[in-house]
Design a binder for this molecule. Structure first.
Ligand code: ZN
Length: 456
């Protein structure tokens, strides 16, 4: 069967593909909030049913948290293992959404039609590009193009607590020739990208405790230490005036880029100004001797993701709080060691702690950065398949986000991973009004058809 016949089928079936994506998006599979546990199960069941309908042997696998979906189908060719996640981020602040996040809408924008709603891009829209490509092969040829395993999890947006134990227990089942992940973006609108560098992450929550109860500032203001004051001073000292992180030993293991990669990145038409202006900013705030692409792809960061304490309700209350809290995360690169970063951070906070205060901390998750071995032949096969679908040739790029699974495939299963995704920078993933371009969805499906055809 010719490749064109299958691609034509994708074009003709697009409306149905969109309808199926919308069905999956209506399931409120927020993994971090236990209120939505049943919805996570529903999303896993929906996927199993859909995979069975296109010829996979698929089933739900229980974990202590949200279930995995495992499926196998097809035979021959390069055995590919496709990974995606069916869980989504929380939806607040809900008042900033134009439509209900779980009632997906098709919408015309100045850049073409989009589908809007939570998970449109991350990761339901993206994982459906792969399923729809498999469906096209099945519809046209009666079978899947090659041997394909599928592995979906439902805890990616909440630190994947069940993932590593599950993978260790099922190493044999996860074996393949190459892993594919569709959870990343395109570096430019018409430049398909294979991510070969991923930042790792450490995320941590801290509580500083002072007086044994909230106090009146008229009575105790002055003699009583205020934990918020301690917290903000310590957090405020994590960066210097050049945007560098000040934690001791923070840059140990950070590798410098080879000259030709810097050159490749400089050759991209990436525009720092428009990247920032899309989010209402003008001035890069990272290390001031690095380009914005370096800052997001190849440099580590420290960020305060949340901070709270005291009275934050309507009106005013002159309270001296007994506790102050923050959530802090670090993006890691190269060979930075998550445990060392974590202890450097704790030591930093402790060095600001007066005798009357105590520090409690809780680790939410940690992973090392990962770098792919692009000399594996599947990389060039996929890159050239992508180049025939899009206007510009495919490129190898870095990615600012953390996708720990890629590192786990390497270290637990011994698999190289190709991260190929079709998200755009303005998709607002994790934010209100998340969307996926219909063009990304459509050409994404076509891209997978081309890649699978080439790998088969
Ligand atoms: Zn994702």
């Amino acid at each position: 069967m010719s490749l064109d016949t299958i691609l034509d089928h994708v074009d003709g079936d697009l409306e149905n593909s969109i309808a199926r994506l919308m069905d999956l998006m209506r399931i409120q599979s927020i993994s971090t909030d236990s209120k939505y546990s049943d919805e996570c199960i529903s999303a896993a069941e929906w996927l199993v049913d859909d995979l069975v309908s296109i010829g996979f042997n698929a089933e739900i696998r229980e974990t202590p948290g949200h279930p995995m979906v495992m499926a196998k189908g097809g035979e021959g060719g390069i055995h590919t293992l496709f990974y995606g996640h069916y869980d989504v981020q929380p939806i607040d602040p809900i008042e900033l959404w134009e439509n209900h996040p779980f009632e997906p809408k098709l919408e015309e924008t100045k850049n073409g039609p989009v589908i809007r709603g939570r998970g449109a891009s991350d990761d339901k829209g993206q994982l459906m590009t792969f399923i729809e490509a498999c469906r096209a092969f099945k519809d046209v040829t009666g079978s899947l193009p090659n041997k394909i395993s599928i592995f979906f999890e439902g805890e990616e947006e909440s630190g994947s607590p069940s993932l590593v134990p599950y993978m260790k227990k099922h190493v044999d089942e996860l074996k393949a020739d190459i892993a594919l992940i569709c959870d990343t973006g395109m570096v430019e609108k018409d430049t398909p990208s294979i991510v070969t560098m991923l930042r790792g992450m450490v995320s941590q929550e801290i509580t500083i405790k002072g007086p044994n109860k909230d106090l009146h500032s008229g009575m105790y203001g002055g003699p009583s230490i205020n934990p918020i004051r301690v917290l903000t001073k310590a957090l405020g000292a994590m960066h210097d005036e050049n945007g560098r992180v000040t934690l001791e030993g923070f840059y140990n293991g950070v590798t410098e880029l080879p000259e030709q990669i810097i050159q490749q990145w400089n050759d991209l038409s990436f525009d720092e100004n428009s990247f920032l202006s899309e989010v209402g900013l003008k001035i890069p705030a990272g290390e001031n001797d690095r380009t914005v692409l370096e800052q997001i792809w190849s440099r580590p960061t420290a960020e305060i993701n949340g901070i709270w304490g005291g009275y934050t309700g309507e009106g005013f209350k002159t309270v001296l709080p007994s506790e102050a809290h923050a959530k802090v995360s670090f993006r890691l690169v190269g060979k930075q060691n998550p445990e060392k970063i974590q202890s450097a951070f704790t030591k930093h906070i402790q060095s600001y702690l007066p005798k009357d205060c105590t520090l409690e901390y809780k680790l939410h998750g940690s992973s090392m950065a990962s770098n792919m071995a692009i000399d594996n032949p599947s990389f060039e096969i996929a890159r050239s398949a992508l180049s025939s679908e899009w206007k510009n040739p495919g490129v190898y790029v870095g990615c600012g986000g953390s996708i720990p699974i890629a590192g786990h495939f390497q270290s637990i299963v011994g698999l190289e991973t190709m991260l190929i995704g079709f998200a755009q920078d303005d998709d607002s993933i994790h934010s209100p009004n998340e969307k996926y371009d219909i063009r990304s969805f459509h050409k994404g499906i076509r891209s997978w058809v081309r890649i699978l055809h080439a790998l088969a």
